[in-house]
Design a protein around this ligand. Structure first.
Ligand SMILES: Nc1ncnc2c1ncn2[C@@H]1O[C@H](COP(=O)(O)OP(=O)(O)O)[C@@H](O)[C@H]1O
Ligand SMILES: [Mg+2]
Length: 365
């Protein structure tokens, strides 16, 4: 069973009101609006409101005037559909309500905590201040990765849904309870036997199997090589690649490469199976579990040779994660060890597209 949504006392000053919700703080600007932390006035439950301008939505453009692939109403329907499944794992944010007025759509979701980007910076600070050991941090990473893998596998197998925008910013964690939740289904696609997500207008590609995809949007650092080459690709394996980038950043404190293309020297090393050499060069091998390195080696491969989600679930790194997840569910004491004290409302959601801060010391590039 998933935990109940967090309830909080309202001490903060409201910055506005939307139909029964007091707005507390803007988290960030989004492509067509903003995301805000709010309190549901009746229940006092903390939630997040994603606002999208109807005018921008109608014209398929962002606030900056760029054409975009994200479809806000599709995102609403996906979160709603997933949230209806009583057997779904807890690892994604739940739908609460959809409202609209003359100017905007509003998607209201449970509050999932801070995103992994901010969480890594927070944990890095703790490591530097000797309040968290590398070993404890490894355990936390392992637990977080377990939830991500379990949830993405659920999307793929139960709903034929690929997220296609997995990144540190789109995964949330409640640092008190250690609940991990995937958010932002704006680029997600559902695949079935009859539909293809390849742009049929160009008539370029034959539909050969499910999950074949021709949508190349997303964050450059997380895109797979086949996406960067603009080939039709298996959307499940693109999610697997992005998970590899997330795992690498969590373990090493820096992205594996700027982008997955031969122009990038670090990518050339990694795709040619020389990941361990890089890790040794950065003097990180002591800090990274051997089975995590093995998993990364199998993820950072060309599409045809990449490990599938099914095989990841039998990989020793995930098997160990699953054990941690079971202990977490059963053991409050363990939970207390992992829990951190930072308030979810104190997060600074301003992001840069580059390195999230070095977690581990002595990283040399
Ligand atoms: N349900 C949620 N709970 C907590 N924070 C959230 C939630 N949804 C989004 N956020 C925060 O807002 C940011 C932007 O929201 P997101 O849905 O990712 O929009 P965008 O499409 O602009 O990336 C996320 O990176 C995350 O930090
Ligand atoms: Mg996002």
């Amino acid at each position: 069973m998933c935990r109940q949504t967090e309830k909080i006392e309202v001490h903060e000053k409201c910055i506005g009101v939307i139909k029964g919700y007091s707005l507390l703080k803007r988290i960030s600007l989004t492509l067509q609006g903003e995301s805000l932390i709010a309190i549901e006035e009746n229940t006092k439950e903390l939630c997040v409101i994603k606002r999208a301008s109807k005018k921008l939505y109608k014209n398929h453009v962002s606030m900056k005037g760029h054409c975009i692939n994200e479809d806000f109403l599709k995102e609403v329907s996906i979160v709603k559909m997933l949230s209806k499944d009583p057997n779904a794992p807890c690892g994604f944010v739940r739908f609460k309500k959809f409202i609209e007025d003359d100017l905007n759509f509003y998607l209201i979701e449970e509050h999932g905590g801070i995103d992994l980007f901010d969480y890594i910076i927070e944990q890095n600070k703790k490591i530097k201040e000797n309040r968290l050991s590398i070993k404890q941090w490894q355990l936390k990473i392992q637990y977080i990765m377990g939830t991500i893998l379990e949830t993405v596998n659920y999307f793929h197998t139960q709903h034929h849904l690929c997220h296609l925008d997995l990144s540190l910013e789109n995964i949330l964690i409640n640092s008190k309870t250690m609940d991990v939740k995937i958010c932002d289904f704006g680029l997600s696609l559902i695949f079935d036997s009859y539909k293809s997500n390849i742009d049929n207008a160009s008539n370029k590609f034959q539909i050969s199997h499910n999950f074949l995809c021709g949508q190349y949007a997303g964050k450059l650092q997380y895109k797979s090589p086949e996406m960067n080459e603009r080939k039709p690709f298996d959307a499940r394996l693109a999610d697997v690649w992005a998970i590899g980038v997330i795992l690498f950043i969590m373990l090493c404190g820096i992205p594996p490469f700027e982008y997955a293309h031969n122009n990038d020297l670090r990518f050339q090393y990694i795709i040619n199976g020389r990941l361990l050499e890089l890790i040794k060069l950065w003097k990180l091998e002591e800090n990274i579990p051997k089975d995590a390195i093995d998993l990364l080696l199998q993820i950072f491969k060309v599409e045809k040779q990449r490990i599938t989600m099914e095989r990841i679930l039998n990989h020793p790194y995930f098997v160990r994660s699953r054990q941690l997840m079971v202990s977490h569910k059963n053991c409050a004491k363990y939970q207390a060890t992992l829990a951190t004290t930072t308030s979810i409302l104190s997060s600074n959601a301003i992001k840069t597209s580059s390195v999230p801060g070095t977690i581990l010391t002595n990283i040399k590039q």
